[in-house]
Design a protein around this ligand. Structure first.
Ligand code: EPZ
Length: 431
């Protein structure tokens, strides 16, 4: 088993460059299916979720050419299957975007229910509602296959009962080639929704209003290949910003869109952290302990749920008591148990956590419960005195490119180490 081993207590200093956005690229890669052509996509992060999605497309018949480690050409002309089995779909949540994309291309999709981080119940009723509004018949087979088919897709109004990133994206994918006008109301407004709309429009689609809560899509008959560069990752940027603040460091976070970071910046400033904005970079610096603040997670442009675990680490060493209310996911405080082992005073009651700031954290053996919880544990390890060992790091590597190298370049003492299974048992007290 591989672990991250961190010798904490060093302020992070220097510059770090943010990679392409995971949650944009995992939607844009399936979207390439909609054109029978070649797309060249740049700024693709080298992370395991992307590897998994590329592998699925490859198995379906797409030809993938790596131009360099972050640029690929994807030729979807020879995709000849609309079936994605569970072995493949379980590797990442975003495999459900293949339903919308395959429906858009073949009027048919058979995709097993996806995997991904466990954050509580993750229903897809709103995705199905959207496909049905466009004229598809959707059934759930016994083997957890989602089976969607349509004679032809016809534009329609879709009102989403909850603001859902995934449902908004899936409805967009299915609607771009549907005949007539589709209107998605109560749509999600995340930066990656806008990035997907820009990608689809570069392929010849007619998508307007992305980034607002009403998206209008005039269906077009055909889409064509294009060249496109993925936007920077808002959450990766935010993770390095919080790491800089928590370690009382001074870090220039480069290749960002500061507008996407507004809610994160606002909360850091509220905690007394210095944030300077430039055209495509932000500098975060701190000399003392952060102040307390309260956070409520919300869909964009509210404070992102994907940043709440990282922020909880900062608040666990802040002066005073802070409250975090999680309003998107039912089960996003599993990391609290790990953080408590390091000396944090964090008390969870349902979807609320009360954090009494302590002077500092102490290194401990901990684990990454999911992707963002894992990122938070890395920040905790960087802050803590002594050694922190993090296991289950595959969660972190799903979404953070070169995370060890990036933290090392900021002066962190961190290594990825392989531990034999027997050592593992002894350390876990199970031997
Ligand atoms: C996306 O998940 C992200 N994943 C998540 O990021 C992120 O936490 C989430 O959006 C919220 O921002 C990807 O983009 C691949 P939702 P998604 O549909 O699309 C309820 C990360 O760490 N809902 O916006 O699955 C749902 O239960 C990951 O990068 C329904 O009720 O999230 C939740 O309470 C983790 N019915 C809320 O909506 C549905 O049909 C928002 O979920 C769909 C969703």
């Amino acid at each position: 088993m591989d672990k991250f081993v961190i010798n904490g207590g060093h302020p992070l200093k220097g510059e770090v460059t943010v990679s392409g956005a995971k949650n944009a690229v995992v939607a844009i890669l399936p979207a390439t299916i909609l054109a029978k052509d070649v797309c060249r996509i740049e700024n693709i992060p080298n992370i395991s979720d992307v590897t998994a999605m590329i592998n699925i497309l490859n198995i379906m018949g797409a030809k993938i050419k790596y131009i360099n480690k972050n640029t690929i050409e994807i030729d979807t002309r020879f995709i000849n299957s609309y079936v994605v089995e569970h072995e493949l779909s379980k590797q990442l949540r975003a495999s459900y975007y293949l339903i919308g994309a395959l429906l858009g291309r073949f009027n048919r999709a058979e995709v097993a229910m996806p995997g991904g981080c466990y954050l509580g119940v993750r229903p897809i009723d709103q995705h199905i509602k959207g496909f049905e509004a466009l004229g598809a018949t959707v059934t759930m087979e016994e083997n957890a296959m989602v089976n969607a088919r349509a004679d032809k897709l016809l534009g329609n109004s879709i009102y989403l009962d909850v603001v859902s990133v995934g449902a908004t994206i899936n409805c967009m994918l299915a609607a771009v080639r549907a005949r007539g006008l589709t209107i998605i109301e109560n749509a999600a407004k995340e930066p990656h929704i806008v990035d997907l709309a820009n990608f689809l429009n570069t392929m010849g689609a007619d998508v307007r209003g992305a980034g607002t809560d009403v998206i209008k899509i005039h269906g077009v008959e055909n889409l064509h290949g294009c060249e496109y560069s993925i936007i920077p990752d808002q959450i990766e940027a935010g993770t390095y910003m919080v790491a800089a603040a928590a370690t009382k460091g001074n870090v220039l976070v480069k290749n960002v869109i500061p507008k996407h970071l507004e809610s994160i910046t606002a909360k850091l400033v509220e905690c007394g952290i210095n944030v300077e904005e430039y055209d495509d970079a932000v500098r975060v610096s701190a000399t003392g302990r952060a102040g307390k603040c309260n956070i409520k997670t919300m869909p964009h442009p509210g404070f992102p749920t994907d940043m709440q675990p990282q922020f909880a680490v900062l608040l666990s060493i802040a002066k005073g008591t802070s409250i975090i209310s999680e309003s998107v996911w039912d089960n996003r405080f599993r990391y609290a148990e790990q953080l408590s082992r390091m000396g944090a005073q964090i008390h969870v009651n349902g979807k609320t956590a009360v954090i009494e700031g302590v002077e500092g954290l102490k290194g401990a053996p901990i684990k990454a419960d999911d992707l963002r919880a894992g990122a938070a544990m890395m920040i905790a390890g960087l802050v803590a005195t002594g050694v922190t060992e993090i296991e289950d790091i595959h969660h972190i590597e799903r979404g953070y490119e070169n995370v060890v190298d990036k933290f090392r370049s900021l002066g962190a003492d961190i290594q990825r180490k392989e531990f034999p299974d027997d050592d593992q048992k002894i350390q876990m007290g199970a031997g």
